[in-house]
Design a protein. Structure first.
Length: 315
């Protein structure tokens, strides 16, 4: 695990225990460049909030491990808030092991593409390795991507997290948190009609695995009209995009969700800010100017998320 001088990365265990007890959630924000990292950390620092920095396998490849680790080391040296470095959607034991060895403090093994037994086996393999290194593990049961909001009950039972299997999954794998499928999906186009989540399913999952077991909500960007408008007003073409309304996010947190993943909203804030700046300053070619605008846009977005999640002044 990355340690710099007297500062080290946090795992999710203690952060989630505190969040459960005080009924708030921690934002997990995806990073893939310097500007995103800086704006997220600055926002969390100013609001005195813990933060989870997420890196997908493709982002790891894009940033390159050595650069990424040095940026995280700089983050620890320059900030005072609790910081978790988390692998998002690791799809193999090898990528999870690599991330643990690189110094990540938390990893997600996404075995949702496998059948129940194979998902248990690969998740337990990752848990056994990570726990020896003091690293926490997030697992996923159910399928998020490609799920439409109007599918039948039978299809929901086939794709969404099965509450009756959740307890067995957690007990047999030893995972530290569980990402559940209750109707969210990745990207900007989460719903075709009125957004809704299966909160009865969430209630039953919590009932099965225990109220104090950490639940994670993926695909939880809100894709608010202002973010879409700011992109489209300055050259974007994002149509019919629907995310998870903030009222639904708050309800999920009230029901015990302690980690909320945010990626699409960051992209919308970043791209919209760049589009606006270049449109209003057509002669500008200095990347520091338009990337500075992007940083400010993302920073304000992250602040709004932290306040929504209730983690302000919880570091």
């Amino acid at each position: 695990m990355i340690i710099i001088e007297d500062r080290k990365l946090e795992t999710t265990k203690e952060l989630f225990n505190k969040a459960i007890n005080q009924k708030y959630a921690i934002g997990a924000f995806n990073i893939n460049n310097l500007e995103l990292l800086q704006s997220i950390v600055e926002a969390a620092e100013e609001l005195n909030s813990p933060v989870i920095l997420q890196v997908s396998p493709s982002a790891k490849k894009y940033m390159k491990n050595k650069y990424l680790i040095k940026l995280i080391e700089a983050t620890l040296q320059s900030s005072s808030i609790p910081v978790v470095l988390h692998l998002d959607h690791g799809d193999s034991f090898e990528i999870c092991k690599e991330s643990v060895d690189d110094g990540f403090s938390s990893v997600m093994i996404d075995g949702s593409k496998y059948n129940f037994e194979d998902n248990i086996n690969i998740t337990k393999q990752v848990v056994d390795y990570a726990h020896k290194k003091g690293v926490t593990v997030e697992a996923e049961l159910g399928t998020l991507s490609g799920i439409e909001d109007e599918i039948s009950v039978e299809d929901k039972n086939a794709f969404f997290t099965d509450p009756t299997k959740s307890k067995e999954f957690v007990q047999r794998t030893g995972c530290d948190s569980l990402a559940v499928a209750i109707g969210t999906s990745h990207g900007a186009f989460k719903f075709k009609s009125k957004p809704k989540l299966d909160f009865e399913r969430l209630f039953n999952i919590k009932k099965m695995i225990g109220q104090n077991f950490p639940i994670v909500l993926h695909g939880a960007s809100s894709v608010t009209p202002d973010l879409i408008k700011n992109n489209n007003d300055f050259g974007g073409k994002i149509e019919n995009a629907l995310g998870v309304p903030e009222t639904i996010i708050r309800e999920a947190i009230n029901m015990g969700v302690v980690k909320i993943n945010v990626d699409t909203d960051l992209r919308l804030a970043f791209s919209g800010s760049v589009r606006q700046y270049l449109s209003q300053n057509p002669n500008e070619i200095d990347p520091r100017k338009y990337l500075g605008a992007a940083k400010e846009g993302v920073k304000q977005l992250v602040k709004s998320k932290i306040r929504l999640f209730g983690s302000e002044n919880k570091s």
